[in-house]
Write a protein that binds this ligand. Structure first.
Ligand SMILES: NC(=O)c1ccc[n+]([C@@H]2O[C@H](COP(=O)([O-])OP(=O)(O)OC[C@H]3O[C@@H](n4cnc5c(N)ncnc54)[C@H](OP(=O)(O)O)[C@@H]3O)[C@@H](O)[C@H]2O)c1
Length: 285
């Protein structure tokens, strides 16, 4: 049995959909904070049990019988995420899982401008000490929507944002599919693996792509960091959210995400979706 946390969310919910295409439903389990949110999976024969990273007893019960457990990474800035991830890893070990998979992110580092990188680094250390097989899935940035990154360029003709660097923006649908391939495949990958799209792009590249899609010249304007934060908050973005995004710009321009890795394409058996295709879909061009 494969048990998945975070399946009431976008990413691992899509991974469960891919698992359902590959496995009988009774070999899939979901550990959900609110089981009502996973009713659509229960209706299709998936085992749904209550579990949250704050409650180790419930987690153990929801992981019972799992050969592999897929753990979502939490993203609550007010919580001690490393401690919560430790709860989840310990519960998976106690439940007898042979392998734990964890949704990490590329650019893992013990320090640096982007705070989640250190949370993933600490979680990977706990996985390495867990005594069971583990695979840390260092996903590329998804960009469920590119709108917060690019701003209202369709109205203004300008992508105005802080200085940036290359990022291999990766379609979450590709990551979910590849994760299902990993969970159901013959081969196990030990340790951290990087799953990213083939092309790392900057906002200059986005401006060129947006120009091509819209048929007009979209300009890239580099803003001062603090001016950009002020601009965002004036537009209604909460300041902590703007400051968090700023850490991402700082990390990208320091080259923290400028990696290449062919593994995602290998697992999918095709090239991952690129940003031009995704931006066209998101904007209707
Ligand atoms: N690579 C990237 O670009 C990128 C970007 C953003 C986030 N991420 C990471 O990827 C993760 C998944 O992304 P997503 O888009 O699927 O997020 P999402 O739609 O917000 O889903 C998050 C899932 O995690 C569950 N969850 C959150 N805290 C939990 C806890 N304490 N105990 C148990 N379950 C918990 C949520 O449960 P409920 O339904 O009960 O809330 C939900 O199912 C994020 O949490 C974040 O760590 C990566």
């Amino acid at each position: 049995m494969i048990v998945v946390t975070g399946a009431t969310g976008a990413l691992n919910g899509a991974t469960v959909e891919h698992l359902l295409e590959r496995l009988p439903a009774d070999r899939i389990g979901i550990s959900a904070r609110d089981t009502a949110k996973a009713q659509h999976f229960a209706d299709r024969g998936v085992r749904v049990r209550q579990g949250s990273y704050e409650d180790p007893d419930a987690l153990r019960d929801s992981f019972a019988g799992a050969d592999q457990v897929l753990l979502v990474s939490g993203n609550d800035p007010s919580a001690d995420m490393v401690a919560l991830h430790r709860n989840a890893i310990e519960a998976a070990v106690a439940a007898g899982a042979r392998r734990i998979l964890y949704t990490s992110q590329q650019g893992v580092a013990t320090d640096g401008p982007y705070p989640p990188a250190a949370i993933h680094a600490a979680t990977e250390e706990i996985l390495a000490d867990s005594g069971v097989g583990w695979t840390s899935l260092r996903y590329g940035f998804f960009g469920h929507s590119f709108a917060p990154l690019l701003g209202p360029w369709q109205e203004t003709g300008v992508i105005a944002a802080p200085a940036d660097g290359p990022v291999p923006w990766t379609a979450p649908a590709d990551l979910s599919e590849a994760t299902a391939v990993l969970l159901t495949g013959e081969r196990s990958y030990d340790g951290a693996i990087t799953l990213i799209a083939g092309e790392a792009v900057t906002l200059d590249d986005f401006a060129a792509i947006a120009s091509g899609l819209s048929g007009r010249t979209i300009e890239r304007v580099v803003m001062d960091d603090e001016e950009w934060v002020a601009d965002q908050t004036a537009g209604g973005v909460p300041e902590p959210t703007a400051r968090f995004m700023l850490t991402m710009f700082r990390a990208t321009r320091a080259g923290h995400f400028a990696q290449h890795d062919p593994l995602l394409a290998e697992l999918l058996g095709r090239e991952p979706r690129g940003v031009a295709d995704r931006l066209a879909e998101q904007t209707g061009y």
